[in-house]
Write a protein that binds this ligand. Structure first.
Ligand SMILES: CC/C=C\C/C=C/C(=O)SCCNC(=O)CCNC(=O)[C@H](O)C(C)(C)COP(=O)(O)OP(=O)(O)OC[C@H]1O[C@@H](n2cnc3c(N)ncnc32)[C@H](O)[C@@H]1OP(=O)(O)O
Length: 719
């Protein structure tokens, strides 16, 4: 809807009304068309102001309408009618002007923004392009390089940057609508010839060919197979090289190909999935809307290794007071230096003062006595963590939440070391902890809803996308990673090379293939865990028996590399070779080739040709299969939780919508059929055995992903 009022005698004020962000639904578009017509037809009205209700101008097209048969007036002629108006139209921008919202503002003759407003064309992040004239008007207004940057990245700009770029004409700290009305009165009757952006020539550039070639190269490098950024460059190129009307035709054509693409569906699913995870629930039935977080003003971090340092930085940057504890004197000094550097670099990037005074460093665990919440980040060793939890429980004030940054150990066991197990939750950060957006908040059987609510709330405060998950080995992310890594090793045994496996996964869209990623994380990390689990030793050294553990197929390849001191990038050798320890450029290693050949010969393994399809199916479907088991076990509340974890923590390509969404796109029947096929070929690999939930979903006619929760509920009620 849009409301129309006449203010100051001669200004028609149009207010978009569709809370919370005044998205351009069919009703809002119809409202704009009607009210603009009315304002233009009333002789008393000399100028018009468009604003949004409740402090938000407009969050763009209504994403919920995409995929439906969109009725109501289309955006392009609506904006054209505003631009062609003979009375000045002023956009009063408060809050956000994003996507179609900014395109609407670009159709107005003047734009006045509040100093706190944010503007942008984020359509690319939804697999689309700004197809309401945004790709044609913005380059004409601010030049091709700046428009390319905004349209291909989708980044939001502040009002100040928008003013510098020339997107807005004025910014104000006062009531934006009042300022806009006053301005509208002052420009009433003036010529609008120079105010219609579509009539501007696109600013020339010394070498358009080179500029667009560089832009295309840049998006190809960063897009990892996403098609929208490429279409954005093509559309801006049309603005630079064609008359406006032909440019609009090109924009429409390109949008048509994007609009119906699977990538747009995936990215729009991601948008809503990211918001859905905030509405968390626990398997006990406790939920986000009935569980109140407790305030956290002061926090402590125990253990200042890589993770602890990142966590301390993330907390301090969000304005919390932090006690950073490291009992090893030398480590404490090094950590202080490192954290100071991280805070200074971060502050420089963001143009703020570094939050150095927010952190106090201490070698003494007793100094956490007055904090509200503690995050333990000591070495990943159960005995050590148990000891620390016991100590913490004795020294902290009543009500202090005790969190652990374990990546997979049992939360319940740690909770049982404390006097108040209901205050214990996992906060699983991802490295580097001050950069990576994902936080798994892990609840054990005794964690209280308040503890979960507090950790989720804190996660949001420090800028993380937090997902609440249940307690099991590896939680959601690392539990699903296990079969994926396992398949990659089996593929090497059967004849593939690390380069081949990585290439297939990188072409799929992962930032790094499994072997390059393992080299980066350090091969010794998993080795230590496998040793603790008693998996590394075997009575046999050759033949099939040497590759069986606890009754199932096991590949000792990773263990053998570690025994050679090949821990990955940090030692200069792993699945690849590197120029020197710490170098990042991975090169195929002839040593590894020989090693694999000898290994296969020793174990009587027959090499065969493995294609990309098999690599993808075995690695991804086994991971997805585990995802179904996680849903079955109630460890994740819904597929969105898993998908968000994989997109934000494991570089799963966003344009494929997360592993569970991807499975729904491939077709559940197809995933089931391929898992059955591979399980028949490898009956000693349980992770290839299709899960009950997958079978149930297929038996139920493979319902769309938003209906899976119903099937899961039914399944749980049958158990
Ligand atoms: C046919 C097409 C022709 C022309 C091309 C035009 C295309 C477009 O305009 S595409 C849309 C472009 N706009 C965006 O991408 C903005 C999306 N929204 C956001 O980035 C954020 O929501 C926000 C910055 C506007 C606000 O952030 P925040 O304050 O953190 O709130 P939430 O993100 O939680 O959002 C609150 C609530 O609003 C829903 N919502 C937000 N934007 C839209 C939208 N454009 N359409 C529909 N719904 C929207 C969001 O889902 C939340 O709802 P729930 O709480 O129910 O999840």
């Amino acid at each position: 809807m849009a409301q129309y009022t006449r203010v100051s005698g001669s200004v028609g004020l149009i207010t978009l009304q569709n809370p919370p962000v005044n998205a351009l639904s069919a009703a809002v578009r119809q409202g704009i068309v009607n009210t603009v017509q009315r304002a233009l037809s009333e002789p008393e009205v000399k100028s018009v102001v468009i604003c949004g209700q409740k402090g938000a101008f407009c969050g763009g097209a209504d994403i919920k309408e995409f995929g439906t048969n969109m009725s109501g007036p289309p955006l392009v002629p609506m904006i054209h009618a505003i631009e062609s108006a003979v009375k000045p139209v002023v956009a009063a921008i408060e809050g956000v002007a994003l996507g179609g919202g900014l395109e609407l503002a670009l159709g107005c003759h003047y734009r006045i923004a509040h100093s706190k407003a944010r503007l942008g064309l984020p359509e690319v992040t939804l697999g689309l392009l700004p197809a309401a004239g945004g790709t044609q008007r913005l380059p004409r207004l601010i030049g091709v390089p700046a428009a390319l940057d905004l349209i291909t990245t989708g980044r939001h700009v502040t009002a100040t940057e928008a003013l510098q770029l020339g997107i807005v004409d004025q910014i104000t700290d006062h009531n934006t609508v009042d300022v806009a009305v006053k301005f509208a009165l002052s420009v009433a009757g003036q010529s609008l010839d120079s105010r219609r952006i579509s009539s501007y020539p696109c600013p020339r550039h010394s070498d358009f060919d080179a500029l667009f070639e560089a832009a295309m190269q840049k998006v190809h490098q960063s897009a990892r197979g996403a098609i929208a950024p490429v279409a954005c460059v093509q559309a801006v190129r049309a603005a630079a090289t064609l008359p406006y009307s032909q440019g609009m035709e090109r924009e429409k054509e390109l949008m048509a190909t994007l609009f119906t693409s699977g990538q747009a569906r995936a990215l729009q699913y991601c948008f809503f999935a990211q918001r859905a995870v905030g509405r968390w629930s626990m398997s006990s039935g406790a939920r986000w809307d009935t569980s109140k977080p407790r305030p956290v003003h002061k926090a402590a971090v125990i253990g200042l290794g890589t993770m602890g340092r990142g966590i301390a930085v993330a907390l301090a940057q969000a304005g919390l007071s932090v006690v950073a504890v490291e009992t090893q004197e030398k480590q404490l000094i090094e950590a202080k230096q490192a954290v100071t550097g991280m805070l200074e670099r971060g502050a420089k990037r963001r143009g703020v003062t570094p939050a150095l005074d927010k952190i106090t460093y201490s070698p003494n665990i007793q100094n956490v006595a007055d904090v509200d919440l503690i995050i333990e980040a000591v070495f990943e060793d159960m005995a050590l963590k148990e000891k620390v939890f016991k100590q913490l429980s004795a020294v902290c004030k009543p009500g202090t939440f005790l969190c652990t940054n374990t990546s997979g150990l049992d939360i319940n066991r740690l909770a049982s070391q404390t006097c108040n197990p209901e205050l214990v939750v996992g906060m699983h950060f991802f490295a580097p902890a001050h950069v990576m957006k994902l936080l798994e908040v892990v609840y054990g059987p005794r964690s209280s809803p308040h503890a979960v609510a507090t950790a989720m709330h804190l996660g949001k405060k420090i800028g993380k996308v937090s997902v609440a998950v249940g307690n099991c080995r590896g939680f959601v992310g690392n539990r699903m990673l296990k079969p994926y890594l396992e398949q990659a090793l089996f593929l090497l045994e059967e004849g593939a090379t690390p380069e081949q496996v990585d290439q297939a996964l990188e072409e799929f869209g992962f930032a790094m293939g499994v072997f390059r990623m393992s080299d980066l994380s350090g091969l010794d990390v998993g080795w230590r865990v496998r040793k603790a689990d008693g998996l590394v030793t075997s009575d046999a050294t050759t033949g099939q028996q040497a590759r069986i553990r606890q009754g199932h197929r096991y590949s000792p390849l990773g263990d053998l590399l570690c025994e050679q001191g090949r821990f990955g990038q940090k030692t200069g050798r792993g699945w690849y070779q590197y120029d020197k320890p710490g170098s990042r450029v991975a090169k195929p290693d002839p040593w590894l080739q020989n090693f694999l050949e000898e290994y296969r010969a020793r174990h009587g393994l027959v090499v065969r040709r493995i294609d990309h399809q098999e690599v993808l199916e075995r690695c991804l479907y086994s991971l997805i299969n585990e995802g179904f088991r996680i849903l079955e076990d109630g460890i994740a509340a819904g597929p969105e939780d898993i998908d968000v974890i994989y997109m934000f923590g494991y570089s799963w390509p966003r344009h494929r919508g997360g592993p569970m969404f991807y499975a729904s796109m491939v077709g559940l029947a197809r995933v089931l059929e391929r898992l059955e096929y591979y399980h028949q070929a490898h009956p000693d690999v349980p992770s290839l055995h299709p899960s009950t939930l997958l079978r149930k979903l297929v038996a139920n006619g493979s319902p769309p992903i938003h209906k899976w929760r119903e099937v899961i509920k039914k399944l749980h009620s049958q158990l």
